[in-house]
Ligand binder design. Structure first.
Ligand code: PMP
Length: 391
């Protein structure tokens, strides 16, 4: 039938473009070493930056809340799905982020889908970094505002787009805090200056900065001492925080509007109590165990230095996301496959996620890795890299 034929064509197309991949299945818990196809390998692919996915205190709190309150919340937030524990998490997040208020969403993805459309109309304009995450791009598409793209972290390009935008009512600048494919940090101090000069406002997506940058992992705004000067901070609870969810931190007015108008918030069921409880416990871990963040950064420096000394091109990374850029997509996939068969799990990333000739394997280090894990990984990169003529 027609559906079958169309599906087959689309799958064939993916195969021709060498983009067809089976999902990699982990046979144990998320952690520094995982079991794939029955074999233990060093995991350099997760966003579990601080190892919190298996933190004992968070597991205990999740179990306790689940026993007391059940496995599901039973409704969307605006009907009967706001439990006290959801409110408690939001109050804790607002306090942690030094903002008036915060609102939790099902994921970081849904935050970005739900935050722009309620704010902007066709009288307004969005000015977005060209390397912003897919969820921001989709969120922008849902809005009726005009769109402009500035060259990645290029302040001249941003300035130009702002100058072209004088006649719009609201001007929203959107950027990732840390860019997920290159590991570079947004130039927030300059962005803030340009925004203030041009009467624009700012949204920053701290998916890869939450728990990673700033004091106790408060994110990129805190990292640059810009508290109070960035209007919308999006955070994720799914990466360094180790659980699931996203949040928006900002003014009471912003949060109040989103509660009434943000579609993923209005029309999708809230988190299970266990998820909320684990997230609350995670913020306590950030406050009480800041040494985890220090270990993460020490591990990141160690791995980056090892890879650079071998002669690999790690691009312009400034964070625990360290790409190893190899060139063609086929080569990146082969590199990733051979690393895995020698015990290092490190995802290959090609076009369209990154430019055709900048395909890479992306290493993501965590606080849970030991020096031994990282040294084994570096040795494996050396062996496979030499074999493939990369170094
Ligand atoms: N923004 C960025 C920059 C991301 O990298 C991601 C995760 N891939 C998200 C948003 C979505 O976050 P979540 O996984 O919580 O949906």
């Amino acid at each position: 039938n027609t559906l079958d034929r169309v599906l087959e064509e689309k799958i064939e197309e993916l195969k021709e473009q060498k983009l067809f991949r089976e999902l990699t299945v982990l046979e144990n818990a998320q952690g520094p070493r995982v079991v794939i196809n029955g074999k233990e390998v060093i995991n350099l692919s997760s966003n579990n930056y601080l190892g919190l996915a298996t933190h004992p205190k968070m597991i205990d709190e999740a179990i306790k809340a689940t026993r007391e309150l059940g496995v599901g919340s039973g409704a969307v937030r605006t009907i009967a799905g706001t439990l006290k524990i959801h409110q408690e998490l939001e109050e804790k997040l607002a306090e942690f982020k030094h903002t008036e208020a915060a609102l939790v969403f099902q994921s970081g993805f849904t935050c970005n889908m739900g935050v722009i459309e309620p704010l902007l109309t066709k009288e307004d304009v969005i000015i977005s970094d060209e390397l912003n995450h897919a969820s921001i791009i989709d969120g922008i598409r849902l809005s009726k505002a005009a769109r402009k793209i500035f060259k990645h972290s290029d302040m001249e390009s941003l300035d130009e787009k702002l100058k072209e935008s004088q006649d719009f009512r609201l001007k929203l600048i959107v950027t990732d805090g840390v860019f997920s494919m290159d590991g570079d940090i947004a130039r927030l101090p300059e962005i803030v200056e340009l925004a203030e000069k041009n009467d624009a406002f700012i949204m920053v997506d701290d998916a890869h900065s939450s728990g990673v940058l700033g004091s106790n992992g408060r994110g990129s705004v805190d990292h640059f001492n810009l508290n109070g000067r960035v209007d919308i901070q999006v955070g994720t609870l799914s990466k360094a925080i180790g659980v699931l969810g996203g949040y928006i931190a900002g003014s009471k007015k912003l949060i109040s509007l989103l509660k009434h108008r943000s579609r993923p918030f209005l029309f999708s069921t809230s988190h299970p109590p266990g998820v909320a409880a684990a997230n609350i416990a995670a913020i306590d871990v950030l406050l009480n165990e800041p040494e985890l963040i220090e270990t993460l950064w020490n591990n990141a420096k160690h791995l980056k230095k090892g890879l650079n000394q071998l002669g690999f091109d790690t691009g312009k990374s400034e964070t625990p996301i360290t790409p190893v850029i190899v060139g063609s997509g086929a080569l990146a996939m082969q590199f990733s496959d051979e690393l895995l068969s020698e015990g290092v799990f490190c995802t290959g990333i090609g076009f369209p996620t990154v430019p055709q000739d900048k395909s890479r394997v992306r290493t993501m280090v965590t606080a849970a890795h030991t020096k031994e894990d990282l040294d084994i990984a570096i040795d494996t990169f050396a062996r496979v890299g030499k074999r493939l003529g990369l170094i």
